[in-house]
Design a protein around this ligand. Sequence first.
Ligand code: NAD
Ligand code: AKB
Length: 310
Amino acid sequence: MLKPKILVTGAGGQLGSELIPALREKVGNNNVVASDLKELDNNQGPTELLDILDNNKIETVIDKYQINEIYHLAAILSAEGEKNPVRTWNINMDGLLNIFEISRKKGIQKIFYPSSIAVFGNQTEKINTPQNPVLIPETVYGISKESGENWANYYYQKYNLDIRSLRYPGLIGYQSLPGGGTTDYAVEIFHKAIGQQKYTCFLNRDTRLPMMYMDDAIRATLELMDAPKENIKVRTSYNLSGMSFTPEEIYLEIKKYIPEFEIEYKPDFRESIARSWVESIDDSKAREDWGWKEVFNLSQMTQVMLENLR
Ligand code: NAD
Ligand code: AKB
């Protein structure tokens, strides 16, 4: 096995901003190239301006740094994606196929592809959703993630390309802001609780969604990527579970620390996206195959978020 030389696409987003330091801590600053469409405010290691639709530039960057692992994070998320479905499809799908095809040709050793609970739809079992349920997603983002999972499986079966994937729940962390998703409310609510002490929520009070604290998500990613190849039995994408809660439940948890905090509910188009997803996830395959176990529940996460944001 070569020493990892990692390229991260979409590195300036909510996940990338926290994954980059974790990867650099693990393999060394200079062995992780952070790339994005936008300029990155990052001087701990190499950075590149990289549009994932630009094949030539992807190849140039891979050659320049002798990349052998890719974390392909760049995508348009659920809510933002609905504003321009065709553009979302192009970025999410053409970008992904560019990465898979170039990786195959250049012999990249490992690829991480983040999928999402957005692959689930109204016909999916809502409670304790199994690994292989009916997948008929309602958003273009969900359609692209579900198709991406099948492409990942295809490239593994046909070319033995070692692509590993997680269906992340909504991610919540204090170091970065979310970028156009339906679960964004669960980050915004902390910022508003500390700032204005009042929050207008775009989901209904009782809309329950799977969520995960960022530290758990980063650890899951690193553990999946470190697992021996023969342990990775799911080549579409692993179900992954942390916690599940409603807007009212997280509000009441925050209110324990900030009693004057108030919330009102004004659901918009994101409510129907959230309702099409599921409430809780059965991630027993991830637990069996590579030993996944979450650490953070709602009360632990709330405490850490408030401590750090203050
Ligand atoms: P984000 O929207 O915060 O960041 C995405 C990044 O991609 C942005 O920095 C953006 O500039 C970049 N980007 C967009 N178009 C690009 C292009 N053409 N070329 C290069 N870069 C481009 O998203 P995130 O929350 O950091 O998510 C990262 C990945 O994780 C995505 O694939 C997303 O689907 C997945 N995911 C995230 C969550 C979550 O809750 N954050 C949950 C499930 C899955
Ligand atoms: C979104 O809400 O779109 C993302 C996700 C769950 O994929 N946070």
